[in-house]
Unconditional design. Structure first.
Length: 416
């Protein structure tokens, strides 16, 4: 019996016990009285058994209610207790069977918190639901992938509004006048400080749509892998380009290289690149209270530096098998001047960025990467298609433009 039936049964037993008790009188025949007492005891025993059943049933009900109150995004298998390791895995676990119900016209919408898939874009998600969907190897031969680094170098902040305003002190803080020593009883000089700049940063949306067939949607592993290896990655590529080179027009982010106030330095010939990068490093600390913590450089220019030889024909950063002149071990992509050096095509050829990335710039994010799906877009329902949409909202805040130096690397060569 369910809990409702057990409670009704107990109520009937209580009524029976009351009637049996009221039937016992002082003038009853002793044999009849003894039989009546036994009847009452039997009813009481059954009531106690019913109470135990009710308590057990209520315990099950309490556990069920607690489970309903939990936020459970994993699906079925014994290995699913671990947290989802990727956005794609998280999405298919959360949507689960609802993805298969798209053909019924149901609109599936799911939003997930920000997921750092960029650091491991090629990892394969674990089996989600063994035996579900098509079970065979569906390997994807990926094309070349860029290394995504800009957002990892910069600071990060989560915002709730679509715009952020902050106050920046001008580089020339004093508009006129200056403090000075004065003689006793003489007039003191006035100092006029420059007005602060109020900078407004607006968030931009990076988004993409993709279509799947109903048969592809049923293959959960494929959907998870495709989201991780393609959709999220392609969003991140656009994000990288926007953070560095965005022109700020329309819906574009105003990237780091297009910010007013960043310093510039020109290196006239390749023989001076090392010296000029060091000078750019010092420019950061001379203009701000910060120290340069990163260098971003194009692969073409880094290659020229890495293959530079001294007057004896020795690679100054070490040869192909061991360190310079056979000393020490070979360094893989050695940093320039001891500063973390990142080689990226996001930086235009002939350009290097030296700066205090972590404190000088902050990537603003509202929410995280959101993945939605629907089969009601255009003629999807007629063609057994499901449209998948991924989007994120982000912006860039550069409170200290002077913490960055754009170094122009001229190609003129000269023997060191």
């Amino acid at each position: 019996m369910n809990l409702k039936d057990l409670l009704a049964h107990r109520e009937n037993l209580m009524d029976s016990a009351k009637r049996a008790r009221s039937a016992i009188t002082d003038d009853m025949d002793p044999a009849d009285a003894a039989q009546a007492v036994e009847n009452v005891k039997s009813i009481i025993s059954e009531i106690e058994s019913t109470d135990e059943a009710i308590a057990a049933r209520r315990g099950v009900s309490d556990v069920t209610q607690k489970l309903k109150g939990l936020t459970i995004t994993e699906r079925g298998t014994e290995n699913d207790s671990a947290a989802s390791r990727s956005l794609g895995e998280h999405f298919v676990k959360a949507a689960g069977d609802r993805l298969k119900n798209q053909a019924a016209g149901a609109h599936i919408e799911y939003s997930v918190p920000e997921y750092q898939v960029k650091e491991d874009a090629h990892s394969s998600p674990k089996d989600l639901v063994e035996g579900w969907g098509t079970f065979y190897q569906r390997g994807i031969i990926n094309q070349r992938r860029e290394r995504l680094v800009a957002a990892d170098l910069m600071g990060a902040a989560t915002v709730t509004a679509s715009t952020v305003k902050y106050i920046v002190e001008k580089a020339n803080r004093i508009a006129s006048g200056a403090p000075a020593t004065v003689a006793e009883g003489t007039k003191k000089p006035y100092v006029k400080y420059a007005d602060f700049d109020v900078v407004t940063e607006s968030l931009s949306k990076v988004a993409a749509l993709a279509k799947f067939t109903d048969e592809m949607i049923e293959d959960y592993d494929f959907v998870a892998s495709w989201i991780n290896n393609n959709l999220v990655y392609d969003l991140s590529v656009v994000e990288e380009k926007q953070l560095i080179n965005g022109d700020g027009r329309g819906s574009n982010i105003k990237g780091l290289l297009n910010r007013e106030g960043i310093q510039t330095h020109k290196s006239a010939k390749q023989a001076d690149w090392f010296n000029d990068l060091f000078k750019a490093k010092n420019k950061v600390s001379q203009a701000t209270n910060l120290e340069a913590d990163g260098i971003m450089i194009n692969p073409v220019n880094y290659e020229a530096l890495r293959l530079t030889k001294d007057g004896n024909g020795q690679y100054i950063a070490g040869g192909p098998f061991q360190g310079q002149y056979g000393n020490g071990n070979i360094l893989i992509d050695p940093p320039l001047w001891g500063i973390k050096t990142v080689v990226s095509n996001a930086v235009p050829a002939g350009t290097a960025i030296v700066g205090a990335f972590r404190q000088g710039a902050t990537v603003l994010r509202k929410g995280g990467v959101r993945v939605d799906s629907a089969n009601t877009n255009a003629d999807d329902f007629e063609n057994n298609l499901v449209t998948l949409r991924a989007e994120e909202r982000l912006g860039l805040m550069v409170p200290l433009p002077a913490a960055f130096v754009k170094v122009t690397l001229e190609e003129t060569t000269e023997e060191l």
